[in-house]
Design a binder for this molecule. Structure first.
Ligand code: 13P
Ligand code: SF4
Length: 346
């Protein structure tokens, strides 16, 4: 039963003590979050992982987050992902071959005037590519600062792999939509109507399959049915949705904004279902709904559950490191350059 699994997990945590560290992303299920030694958004989890000395880090999040924890950890630390199928569809939208192809074409057009940036929601090899080429990683908490920094280094930037976070962030910094082009990795072409010299930001044509489910129709519906309700969304939502909302920000920003809001306020939230449900439970004095009434689960995040967590912990207790995430050494070194640039600027 769940109760028995919880009792076993608690006992193993007690036995392993400081040798074990369990970071959990805000999108994890409550049944998992209850065992978190730290919970947070992507930036907080990267920062906390970099400071860890526990010999085993059981990462409750998705594959790219566990890779990041491994890159930032020391050689004697082991990072474990409770279910190896916990990937991220957005991270899978930019692979090595596609990125090299794009870079060749873009270099041929723009020469040495582009800096690559990648959202942390990307594979270690994309982070390594960015690190090798002078760029940095970004998260939704620091994207604005990082885009500003990139445009101080070079005339233009390539933003991988989420077109929406890239577009929303650049727009907030005053860059016009007509100064942004889109790189389509499937058809290997730059989508842009006009003089290429005007381009400041090249957006990789990737997106989050969870956040694309929040639409302008959902917004219209909420405005009609709940005229006093404020709408807050994650910047992985489309530009139209962010523009029509009242506010946008990372998971940490969404949590803090609703914490600060007064009793009796009403909120429609455009982000993953587990987090929306948790915020609702933590604020019984506020009216909280999901912007999309069908809710939007991140199916891969949700693959981490009690049975998987217990299984890997039992193996650790027996001295076995199953589901270990280990990034190849040279790749990890280059990716760390990109992550360190971000962590220094954050
Ligand atoms: P943040 O927690 O950094 O806002 O990221 C959201 C997300 O999609 C993680 O995969
Ligand atoms: Fe990836 Fe979207 Fe899930 Fe985040 S919510 S892990 S970006 S698929």
């Amino acid at each position: 039963t769940d109760k028995e699994m919880e009792t076993r997990i608690t006992a193993i945590k007690t036995t392993l003590g400081d040798d074990l560290f369990i970071p959990c992303h805000h999108y994890q299920k409550d049944e998992v979050i209850q065992f978190a030694d730290a919970s947070g958004d992507s930036l907080q989890l990267a920062q906390v992982s970099a400071k860890q000395s526990a010999s085993v880090i059981v990462f409750c999040g998705v594959h790219f987050m566990a890779e990041t924890a491994d890159i930032l950890s020391k050689d004697n630390q082991h990072v474990i992902l409770p279910d190896l199928r916990a990937g991220c569809s957005m991270a899978d939208m930019a692979n090595d071959q596609q990125t090299n192809e794009a870079w060749q074409v873009l270099q041929a057009i723009f020469g040495d005037t582009i800096l690559p940036l990648t959202y942390v929601n990307s594979t270690a090899s994309i982070k390594a590519f960015v690190g090798r080429n002078g760029g940095a990683t970004v998260t939704s908490s620091n994207a604005k600062n990082m885009v500003k920094w990139a445009l101080e280094q070079k005339q233009r930037l390539l933003f991988l792999p989420d077109q929406h976070l890239g577009r929303n962030t650049a727009y907030e910094l005053g860059i016009k939509l007509k100064e942004m082009a889109v790189w389509d990795p499937i058809h290997r072409k730059l989508e842009y109507d006009g003089d290429y010299q005007q381009i400041k930001v090249i957006l990789w044509k990737g997106h989050c399959s969870v956040h694309e489910n929040f639409t302008v129709q959902n917004i219209a519906q909420v405005r009609k049915e709940h005229p006093n309700m404020k709408i807050i969304v994650h910047p992985e939502c489309s530009h139209e949705v962010v523009q029509k909302s009242d506010d946008a920000g990372s998971t940490k920003y969404i949590i803090e904004t609703i914490e600060r809001a007064g009793s009796g306020t009403e909120w429609a939230i455009g982000t993953e279902m587990n987090l929306v449900n948790r915020i609702r439970k933590n604020h019984p004095n506020k009216k909280i709904i999901s912007l999309n009434p069908y809710m939007c689960p991140c199916l891969t995040m949700n693959r981490i559950d009690l049975p998987h967590l217990l299984w890997v912990l039992e193996e650790v207790e027996l001295g076995k490191m199953c589901n270990r995430i280990k990034v190849e050494k040279n790749m990890a070194m280059d990716a760390k350059i990109a992550l360190d640039r971000m962590l220094q600027l954050s």
